[in-house]
Design a protein around this ligand. Structure first.
Ligand code: DC
Length: 644
């Protein structure tokens, strides 16, 4: 798994407008039908993402003319049902919306093709689709395990007009794939759906897009679908892809949790996507929803959100968003009829349950349901299972706590710039970052500013001091970088008004001795130690705000802090202040030694390779050589009025 992560601060509010990227389901269907059609199709607002790239690559490999005029506008030269390349090996990543329909189309297209994907794609069942295709006469071989990709397709011997049965209760993509491919047979074929058809709205999307390309499917309820002989795809000329309704769900939920209104543009009441019904589910939870032809918006209800008990069969993807929204609702939320979650990018029921529990949610999981009761939320590092929706869903939890999202780039599957848009409609708990050399007075200033604003205070130097103390107590040598980092990563610390507790014991002045000061400066130069303390420091970024002091608050830990202060004073003045402090505490001290020590530590803190002490370009300089503490505090408070 990738070691990349994204740390989200706690959010305070949400509001604004987001233009949605194109729908994944519509994009890949339109691409395939444009390729199969007679004539040239200009596709506008196509989703630019991993899944559509897989489809575009595949079509190019098959000899289809594909040209782009900008990332979201493509021209596809249709091959009128006959792919120019008759033998090819296609790699389709983890894109179900490319794999299933291409399997069906290529099985009936009269060539020799191998279809592969990533390991997870090879765990996602495709047997029901293959069974359906074989009934028409397709020649499909499983290259690894019966019922799963990779597949080898050879030219089909199309059987005379007939009826095909396909299961509808595992994935609606099987029926979609079959229906879209049937015009290639040249015959009349009916598809009978066995079992309850799930995700019906996705079939509506399929039928609507087929109709745009000139093929109308006769249907008897949700049981039988017939494609008539002579049906063929014809380009509609230019076609616009709607915004992604599933992607809309995260922003609507943000509005419902974080105040709002958050408005999404690109889908609305005229949408052909079933996931717009997510808005109804959110309304049932109490959110205030408004809608126009091409937009929707959500606001939080005055009394807070309420739990729901919902059959989610009609909104399988967007329903995941309800699972994390449930953390903010009063009562127990039950999402039912979601067995299909288990065969998606990952086993989504299991993944959801595991990650919600990490946050403190009380979760019950069944074969086809999940039940969530909110409880005291705690911070966590969320794993995303190479599943874009898990990453996006859990970003909502940032309203309850700062958290880490591992491998955040998995959102590229459907929404590459999700987190940028997310940031654009949310307001994070602000941070005032105060950096500076030892004994510059920044600790006192930071603590007073925090108290004046009612913010939390982070004394980051204390974490390095505690690490040094804990290392010393457990006999770990300071040159043993992994050993010291392990201590830093598992420090059992509690900060309270009165004191800092290490392993449940107040540390008092034990971390303020000259010996520990020198040791802290040494452990602070170890990159693995800094890495181990990074997330812990960021978890202090809670509502209503934080004042952090240290050396790298503004540069590394909180680079987006709206106010950064570089607080310094001459070395002589700082040595005098330290001297006074020590004497007042009844400790012995020598002014010259203190000055030399300070200078040495300044040197080490500012010359080290990781996170050296320096004034950031966007930091305000506050020199306290001739400034009393009170005046310094007032200056920072004044700046904070402008910046926050
Ligand atoms: O601020 P302080 O004197 O309590 O810090 C103790 C040591 O930790 C000091 O040598 C610098 C280091 N430190 C750091 O490297 N980064 C921080 N954010 C805070 C402190």
């Amino acid at each position: 798994m990738s070691t990349e992560f994204l740390d989200l601060p706690q959010l305070i509010s949400a509001g604004g407008t987001v233009r949605l990227p194109g729908s994944k389901s519509i994009s890949n269907r339109v691409l395939l039908l444009a390729a199969l059609a007679d004539g040239e199709t200009e596709i506008r607002d196509l989703l630019a993402s991993d899944d559509t790239e897989r489809m575009l690559d595949a079509l190019q490999t098959l000899g289809v003319g594909v040209t782009s005029s900008g990332t979201e506008c493509w021209t596809i030269k249709g091959c009128a049902g006959v792919f120019p390349v008759k033998q090819a090996e296609l790699f389709l990543g983890n894109a179900g919306t490319a794999f299933r329909p291409l399997t069906a189309a290529l099985a009936l297209a009269g060539g020799d093709y191998i279809l592969k994907g990533v390991a997870r794609m090879h765990e996602r069942p495709i047997g029901d689709l293959v069974d359906g295709l074989r009934q028409i006469g397709a020649d499909v071989t499983y290259l690894a395990h019966e019922g799963f990709p990779p597949l080898h397709l050879k030219p089909a011997k199309i059987r005379p007009d007939g009826v095909v049965s396909v299961r509808g209760d595992v994935s609606s993509q099987f029926l979609t794939g079959l229906l879209m491919a049937l015009p290639l047979t040249g015959k009349t074929v009916s598809v009978d759906v066995v079992g309850e058809l799930i995700s019906k709205p996705y079939i509506e999307i399929t039928l609507a897009i087929m109709a745009r390309f000139g093929v109308s499917v006769e249907r008897e309820g949700w049981q039988r679908f017939t494609v008539k002989a002579g049906s063929r795809y014809v380009s509609p000329g230019t076609i616009y892809v709607e915004g992604d309704a599933s992607s809309a769900s995260y922003f609507l939920a943000l509005g419902a949790i974080g105040g709002g209104p958050v408005r999404v543009e690109g889908v609305g009441q005229n949408s052909i996507q079933g996931d717009v019904k997510f808005a109804e589910a959110l309304a049932k939870m109490g959110a205030v929803i408004e809608m126009g032809p091409n937009w929707m918006s959500a606001r939080a209800p005055a009394g807070g959100l309420l739990a729901i008990d919902l059959d989610c069969n009609h909104i399988p993807d967007a329903a995941m968003t309800l699972a994390t929204t449930a953390l903010f609702a009063k009562g127990t939320t039950t999402l039912r009829n979601i067995a299909s979650w288990r065969v998606k990018e990952t086993d989504r029921i299991a993944a959801m349950a595991t990650e919600l529990r990490k946050l403190g949610g009380v979760v019950e999981e069944g074969e086809d349901f999940i039940r969530i009761s909110p409880s005291t939320v705690r911070t966590a590092a969320i794993d995303t299972y190479d599943d874009h929706r898990i990453a996006m869903c859990f970003s909502l939890a940032a309203f309850a706590t700062p958290l880490r999202i591992n491998d955040p780039k998995c959102v590229a599957k459907t929404f590459p710039d999700y987190f940028e848009r997310f940031a654009s409609v949310t307001r994070a708990a602000p941070v005032i970052a105060i950096d500076g050399p030892s004994a510059s007075g920044k600790g006192t200033v930071a603590a007073r500013v925090a108290a004046a604003l009612g913010f939390r205070y982070l004394d980051s130097g204390a974490l390095y001091r505690l690490t040094a103390l804990a290392a010393k107590r457990s006999g770990v040598n300071l040159s043993d970088e992994p050993g010291v980092a392990a201590i830093a990563g598992t420090l059992d610390v509690e900060f309270s008004e009165a004191d800092i507790c290490l392993n449940g014991q107040p540390v008092g002045d034990a971390i303020r001795t000259e010996e520990i000061s020198a040791a802290a400066s040494k452990v602070a130069a170890l990159p693995m130690v800094r890495e181990a303390l990074l997330f812990r420091q960021r978890t202090f970024n809670t509502a209503p705000g934080l004042v952090g002091d240290g050396r790298d608050m503004g540069s590394v830990i909180f680079p987006r802090a709206p106010l950064k202060v570089f607080l310094t004073a001459s070395a002589e003045v700082r040595a005098q202040r330290r001297y006074k402090q020590l004497i007042e505490k009844g400790l012995s001290a020598n002014l010259l030694d203190l000055l030399l020590d300070l200078q040495q530590r300044d040197e080490r803190d500012s010359q080290r390779s990781v996170a050296p002490l320096r004034q950031e370009v966007d930091a305000k300089l506050l020199d306290t050589t001739e400034l009393a503490i009170e005046a310094a505090v007032n200056q920072v408070l004044m700046w904070s009025k402008e910046a926050l």
